[in-house]
Unconditional design. Structure first.
Length: 386
């Protein structure tokens, strides 16, 4: 059919194709996050699907993979939400009782005097801190925080009709991408004007980032969150273990780190009388929790998924601002696409050699630069080959 089209007709067809793809993206924008989540799930569970396909028919393999995915995700999330809701409903009262029963130590008195001395030097500020005002503030924060978190959790499980509709769409998209993964990849290679080699590079980078974010970062954050909550529990604060675990896990994902909560909380425990427990929480985070990341990241996060920490932080927060919670995954994937595009540009126009990594952590694979240059700048391919 190529010979039936003139050059102008082929250019017009390319323009119409771009317009159709752009309109399709706009048309499906409401379900963009849902499609991305389904694609991430299909990618992560593809090894299980392939293993089942070797033993049972494709339909049964897809059904088994879907059931495994639902069990692996829905059961833990539902259990965590249920426990958090139950505990939130009783935490505010427990925190109020604990704060009222806590006695300030001499260290706390000195800290208050020091803080009041600093406030007295600030012009036009007439505030004096007391233990009663701190207790009242802590009770208010606990109550408001508990009400806010409870409202968020209730809103997450609300909207039954919308949730059912999204679940049905998710199941269809998940199964379609799972069973037709090769066809989808082939279509992407054919549509990408940069060619199959560069397309495979993008797909490999995106896959590494998904594995690194979901399979690595989430596991690391969960371990850090549970460890931080356990340190608070061991130190003597037995209220809200699950709430702390969920909160610290979320902070470890985004990736501020749970230290912005546990370290001030440890200092507060020390000021309110539990000096040993407060110091334990503070130093446990410095010594143990922070090193969980250093220990697990080399094993769980592929090298291709390791962005600069500043880029990772920007990608996560920008993703959350644009896509909500799922921006934790989508943001880094978009950032790795941007970084990969810059790498390809540098390879084509400045001769910088592209490097990527195979599935094995220590195996390094170089993409032949002459093959890429030959597609875009034929004159420079021979120079790079020399």
């Amino acid at each position: 059919m190529n010979q039936d089209f003139t050059l102008n007709q082929r250019r017009a067809l390319a323009v119409f194709t771009v317009i159709a793809l752009a309109f399709g993206a706009y048309f499906l924008r409401t379900y963009f996050v849902l499609i991305v989540v389904a694609a991430v799930g299909a990618y992560l569970f593809t090894p299980l699907f392939r293993a089942l396909c070797r033993r049972v028919p494709t339909g049964l393999a897809a059904t088994g993979t879907l059931l495994a995915a639902l069990i692996a995700v829905i059961v833990p999330v539902s259990l965590s939400v249920f426990l958090a809701v139950v505990q939130i409903s009783r935490t505010a009262g427990d925190v109020a009782e604990w704060v009222q029963a806590a006695d300030p130590t001499a260290l706390g008195d000195k800290a208050l005097k020091f803080a009041n001395g600093l406030l007295a030097r600030v012009p036009f500020v007439h505030v004096e801190l007391t233990m009663d005002s701190l207790r009242e503030a802590m009770v208010n924060v606990a109550q408001k925080g508990g009400e806010l978190l409870l409202h968020v959790l209730q809103g997450a499980v609300g909207g039954v009709v919308g949730a059912i509709t999204s679940a049905i769409i998710f199941l269809y998209v998940f199964l379609a991408l799972l069973t037709h993964r090769e066809e989808v990849q082939t279509l992407i290679r054919q549509l990408n004007p940069l060619g199959p080699e560069v397309t495979d590079l993008y797909l490999a980078k995106m896959g590494s980032m998904v594995r690194g974010t979901v399979g690595g970062q989430f596991v690391i954050a969960f371990c850090q969150g549970v460890a931080g909550a356990a340190s608070i529990y061991i130190a003597g604060f037995h209220q809200a273990f699950f709430i702390f675990a969920i909160l610290l896990t979320a902070l470890s994902i985004i990736p501020l780190g749970g230290g912005i909560v546990t370290m001030p909380f440890g200092i507060g425990m020390a000021l309110f009388g539990n000096v040993a427990g407060g110091l334990f929480v503070f130093f446990f985070h410095l010594i143990v929790v922070t090193n969980i990341d250093n220990f697990l990241r080399p094993m769980l996060v592929p090298r291709d998924a390791r962005l600069n920490s500043a880029l990772m932080l920007l990608a996560v927060f920008a993703g959350i601002g644009m896509f909500g919670f799922w921006g934790i995954v989508i943001g880094p994937v978009l950032m790795i696409i941007i970084v990969t595009t810059i790498d390809v540009y540098l390879a084509v126009y400045h001769g910088v050699e592209l490097q990527t990594h195979d599935d094995e952590p220590k195996a390094r694979r170089r993409i032949p630069l002459p093959r890429i240059l030959a597609r875009y700048l034929p004159g420079r391919a021979e120079q790079a080959a020399q």
